[in-house]
Design a binder for this molecule. Structure first.
Ligand code: FES
Length: 111
């Protein structure tokens, strides 16, 4: 139904709710999932930041949060706290209260 953002993936670099995308619409597109962010054995800086800042509790929302944050930081590499809040407003978390998620995203500077 597209109500939580947990299934967010990148389609050609743009965030999309995979639960709302018919498979045929993804044909010939570049799809990036949370697994695709890691760099060999190492975590992507956002994955590492979520881990280090305690931004993961049950983890249900985490892949979608990170994929949304990745697309956002690609567009806006030096965001304000309010811009981060707006960027993740479609991703729901029932555990963390968002403070540590926002802190983790702000701690990562990407070009
Ligand atoms: S960590 Fe549990 S829903 Fe976000």
């Amino acid at each position: 139904m597209g109500s939580c953002g947990a299934c967010t993936v990148l389609i050609d670099g743009k965030p999309a709710l995979s639960c709302l995308i018919l498979a045929v619409r993804a044909k010939s597109k570049e799809i990036t999932t949370i697994e695709g962010l890691s760099q060999g054995e190492g975590l992507h800086p956002l994955q590492q930041a979520f881990h280090e800042k305690g931004a993961v509790q049950c983890g249900y929302c985490t892949p979608g949060m990170i994929m949304t944050a990745k697309a956002f930081l690609d567009r806006q590499p030096d965001p304000t706290k309010d811009e981060v809040k707006e960027a993740i407003s479609g991703n729901l978390c029932r555990c963390t209260g968002y403070a540590k998620i926002i802190e983790a995203i702000l701690s990562v500077q990407e070009a």
